[in-house]
Structure formats: structure tokens, C-alpha cells
Design a protein around this ligand. Sequence first.
Ligand SMILES: [Zn+2]
Length: 106
Amino acid sequence: MEAFGKPAVLRVARSVLKTGAVCDHCLGRQLAQVSTGMTNSERGRILRKALKAKKSRKKCAVCSDIFRRLEKYADNAAKRLLKIEFGTFVVGTRLSGDMIAREESL
Ligand SMILES: [Zn+2]
């Protein structure tokens, strides 16, 4: 938790938030190297709180709020898997080039 109070960490977090509406998940992912053992959303919430920055009501400029819809995507995948007999499976994602570019621009 000490790492979150370091000026360099807060400076990066502040600069990420200045780029526009960024959700906690995307904020936390930008500083994933700061701490382990927590989710990106948790890390982002801690950083936002440390900066006393309010959550934006706008869509996240990086992920377009895709992380808010994860449960819906998981439910959809689970329904589709019910139709298939399997012993193991691998899950992958394919992000749009636009989303990757927005993330990298931060
Ligand atoms: Zn986001």
C-alpha cells in the first residue's frame, strides 16, 4: 500500500486521469507494476482515492466500459459451453486495434 503514495506513482496516475474518462480497471492496469495481489480495479480505486479524483460518468475512453459487461460476456460463454462436451478449455480474447491504440496512448 505504501507504493500508492509515492510521488512518481501518483504523478503517473494523475496524468492518466487527465487524458479523459478512465475507469478504475484501466487506471489500475496502467500501474500494474506498482503492486500485486489485487485486481486492476482495486488498484485503480486506491489510486483514484489517493488523488481524491471523482469517477467520471462518461464511458471509459480506453475500454468503452467493456469491463462493466464482463459478467454478461461470461454468462454468454457459459451458455454456449453447455452445448459442448469438454474436459478442459482455453479462453482467449481478441481486442480491437482501436482499443489497443487507446491503451498504448496512455
Ligand atoms: Zn476502462
